[in-house]
Ligand binder design. Structure first.
Ligand code: PLP
Length: 419
């Protein structure tokens, strides 16, 4: 049974101050996810999680993660700005970008962030724009398909990211000549994997690659970055990824591959996003209309511009009709937003309790790649983000957009003035 971490009474009270739709995040949930992750990897003294900023780029939430000891994983100029403004610096920041502008590399170097190079040609580009640091990471792409046993997980051979095995060797040789002294390697081979064998299998691939690269180049390896990709149970019948199993089995691969090799030891880094905040964010929206035509529709005050995963990937997000948690699911609805796009549906053919205009819906597991992927199509405005703190109070951590924000980029013209 999936449950919302707020009740109808709480949501109604909050909505009197912060009108729907809004996002609300659970501080307690986010802290417990990081603590569980750190515990599972505590066998590795240098372990560190670099939260993938793109998953939920709210400085108030990232500050909580900073208190828990996390760094940030950035891939753009503004994500670096956000990190710098919170006091992240040097080893606190991984810069895992691709198709990177010169100014972004220059800024990352100014912050002394750990740079994760996506391509061989970026070596010269970085040398010209910021310079080659002493410690640097290379993003690996083994090609082909990736899986465990006969479980298919991902298609690295089709992915735009990373370097081929020969390019890794050439890259490290070239970087050593240019002054690099310590290396890390990184790969992201599958996304949203609740399969507990994904991370251990990925770790084994990266550990073996590090050993091979050390042997061929003599380079010093200081870390392996397992990147993101641990999934969350969006569906009611799915189980959360078993983080203790994952930690233990990454350790087993480490003991088998790294410990007996000339590398001997290295730090494990992760760049999880979804796993850290995904289950701990809810989009709360009110039903505005019930429409009965060829199907039953519930039209809400949120739309795909607030949460695009269902429209973009056909992703499942569980919906709780607040206050009706214990009523039987007797009716089949499409839950829609108001975009002039027929894919603007949070759910299709979803069994829900009898629902009427005025009811509040909690769209669950929206805490990662939710608000962050929002946009302004159809002139829709981004919602507020709220934080349910550990003491039970609610703090606004981003205000809702107003029409003035929407028109702000016409500030050079006299055509539109909004106050
Ligand atoms: C998106 C991304 C992540 C985070 O992915 P999740 O699926 O949220 O864990 C980590 N690293 C890189 C380089 C990414 O692009």
């Amino acid at each position: 049974m999936k449950e919302a971490f707020i009740t109808k009474e709480q949501a109604e009270e909050i909505s009197r101050k912060y009108p729907t739709p809004f996002y609300i995040y659970s501080e307690a949930g986010i802290r417990s996810a990081v603590r569980g992750l750190k515990k599972a990897f505590s066998w590795n003294p240098g372990f560190r999680e670099y939260f993938a900023v793109k998953a939920c780029p709210n400085p108030f939430l990232i500050k909580i993660l900073q208190e828990e000891g996390c760094g940030t994983d950035c891939s753009s100029y503004t994500e670096l700005m956000l990190s710098e403004s919170l006091g992240f610096h040097g080893q606190d920041i991984m810069f895992s970008s691709n198709a990177t502008p010169a100014a972004d590399f220059e800024y990352a170097r100014k912050l002394d962030a750990i740079i994760n190079l996506d391509d061989f040609t970026h070596i010269d580009f970085l040398a010209q724009h910021g310079g080659i640091p002493e410690e640097i990471c290379l993003r690996y792409n083994p090609g082909g398909k990736f899986g465990v046993g006969n479980r298919f997980m991902g298609n690295p051979g089709d992915a735009k990211y990373g370097m081929m095995p020969e390019q890794m060797v050439e890259g490290i040789r070239k970087l050593m000549k240019m002054g690099a002294k310590r290396f890390g390697i990184h790969a992201f081979l599958a996304s949203n994997m609740i399969d507990k064998d994904y991370y251990p299998a990925l770790a084994a691939v990266l550990f073996k690659e590090a050993v091979r690269l050390q042997k061929e180049t003599g380079a010093v390896f200081s870390f392996v970055n397992l990147s993101g990709g641990i999934g969350i149970p969006y569906l009611p019948d799915e189980q959360p990824a078993d983080i203790d199993y994952i930690g233990r089995h990454v350790e087993q691969a480490y003991r088998e591959i790294i410990v007996p090799s000339p590398i001997g030891s290295l730090d494990i880094k992760t760049e999880l996003g979804r796993y850290i905040t995904g289950p701990y964010g809810i989009l709360v929206t009110r039903v505005l209309h019930e429409k009965n035509t060829y199907k039953h529709y519930l039209g809400t005050d949120a739309c795909a511009a607030n949460l695009m995963r269902p429209a973009m990937y056909g992703a499942y997000h569980h919906i709780v009709v607040l206050g009706k948690e214990h009523e039987p699911c007797v009716k089949t609805y499409d839950v829609t937003g108001g975009l002039c796009e027929n894919n603007d549906k949070f759910a299709v053919d979803r069994r829900l309790p009898e629902t009427v205009p005025g009811d509040l819906l909690a769209i669950l597991d929206a805490g990662a790649h939710g608000f962050a992927m929002g946009y302004n199509y159809n002139g829709k405005l981004r919602s507020a983000e709220l934080l349910l703190k550990e003491d039970g109070s609610v703090q606004m951590i981003r205000r809702a957009e107003t029409p003035k924000d929407y028109f702000a980029t016409f500030d050079f013209s006299d055509i539109i003035k909004v106050d």
